[in-house]
Ligand binder design. Structure first.
Ligand code: CO
Length: 411
């Protein structure tokens, strides 16, 4: 019995259809290797029992990296192992976390969300009441504004989890916020909505009313089941495409107001200090960004020279990804990558690119354009425009170095 371990799929123009010339595909397919393998043994004994709640296979070990970052109790972050995930959805158990005073233990049967301030009818909603509203499910990424602070400062992380892991993507289910606000009745002077969490820090952010009435959700579902406690159980604010911090978890209060609250997390942090000493404040949108997930730092291209699939993720807080390009020669030439359909707005998009590696040192990188025409910048361009003071909203092109032995390192 002969098992193909090779890459004959690269010959099929169906897979890499529109962007690969036939000639380059044949060239890639020329170096195929076959390997014989033994006939698989059929199981002869009854397997394990059924489980009421599923677990992954014992050999699968990928985990978040957890960092208790700062002096205050319960503050810290954990990062998603993007380099080890398939597709675009982040398993709920691996969603990145950022907490400011730990994960509160809330009871969905008693939890309430108060809507008050500049409204006609101040209201209190139980979770049961929120679930009676029409619901929607939408797939969106969530990214911490500080995802890449080290890269910005010139200290690139050795692997993707540490350089980009404050990023995840989920199918969220909940009620459109505009329906809840309509129930309370907004007064015309209501220009801001202050969202407050029920964590000990009472984490609060001020949201312009236009976003609250646009695509905001009160989300109680995460990938088909209830939110995980770390993601705001039983209900969180979801503001698609906006920096993670404004997506207030453990939501218990929405105060409609004429002015922002000037809360700690929108004045003392999550502001962008420019080179001239002035800060930009209320910078909410996450810009277009992409990164190669394979091969990436710490991984190994184990098979030597030959055909490899370069793969990665692209996203934009302003809408859909329009295109992604990949360079395998240090940015001298770029080739259009394939985008996995469907390409969703404010969601992760998986891209793929067939690469015939010649076995020599190579610098690989990706760059993307979103539907507004915004092109992901180089680090030089981004630092040139914003300086080095801010640690938020870094989104420049990321390069990886593939050594001749196949090991991959940060640049
Ligand atoms: Co910001």
């Amino acid at each position: 019995m002969k098992c193909l371990r090779g890459t004959s799929w690269l010959k099929q123009s169906r897979i890499y259809g529109v962007n690969q010339s036939r000639r380059s595909l044949i060239a890639i397919g020329a170096g195929l290797l076959g390997a014989s393998c033994e006939k698989p043994k059929a199981p002869s004994e009854t397997g394990g029992t059924m489980r009421a709640y599923g677990e992954r296979a014992p050999a699968e070990k990928i985990v978040r990296t957890v960092r208790e970052a700062t002096a205050s109790a319960g503050s810290g972050s954990s990062r998603t192992p993007l380099q080890d995930l398939y597709g675009t959805i982040t398993p709920s158990s691996l969603h990145f976390e950022r907490h400011h005073s730990g994960v509160p233990a809330l009871d969905s049967s008693t939890h309430e969300v108060t809507v008050h301030g500049l409204v006609e009818r101040p209201l209190v909603f139980s979770m049961e009441a929120l679930r009676r509203f029409p619901s929607v499910s939408r797939t969106h990424f969530l990214e911490c504004a500080g995802n890449g602070a080290g890269e910005q400062q010139g200290n690139p992380a050795p692997d993707l989890q540490r350089s980009h892991g404050l990023l995840s993507c989920t199918e969220w289910t909940g009620v459109p916020l505009k329906l809840v606000l309509a129930e309370a009745g907004l007064k015309p002077e209501a220009k801001w909505m202050i969202a407050e969490g029920a964590d000990a820090a009472r984490m609060a952010r001020s949201i312009p009313i236009a976003k609250a009435l646009d695509d905001a959700l009160l989300a109680y579902g995460q990938n088909g089941e209830a939110l995980r406690p770390e993601q705001g159980y039983p209900v969180r604010l979801l503001l698609p495409g906006w920096e993670g911090n404004v997506n207030v978890k453990w939501l218990h209060r929405l105060l409609l107001a004429a002015e922002p609250a000037w809360s700690a997390k929108e004045t003392g942090s999550y502001t962008d200090l420019m080179a001239d000493g002035k800060s930009q404040i209320f910078t909410f949108e996450m810009e277009a960004r992409s990164v190669i997930t394979f091969p990436s730092g710490g991984q190994k291209m184990g098979g030597g020279a030959g055909a490899y699939e370069v793969s990665g993720l692209a996203w934009s807080g302003r809408g859909k990804i329009e295109s992604v390009e990949v360079s395998t020669d240090g940015g001298r030439t770029w080739a259009k990558a394939e985008l996995q359909a469907p390409v969703l707005s404010k969601s992760l998009t998986r891209f793929r690119h067939a690469w015939q590696w010649d076995g020599k040192e190579a610098w690989i990188q990706s760059r993307c354009v979103d539907e507004t025409g915004y092109l992901q910048p180089t680090r030089e361009e981004l630092v040139g425009a914003r300086g080095l003071n801010s640690v938020y909203h870094y989104h420049a092109i990321k390069a990886w170095r593939v050594a001749a032995d196949g090991s991959v390192n940060h640049v």
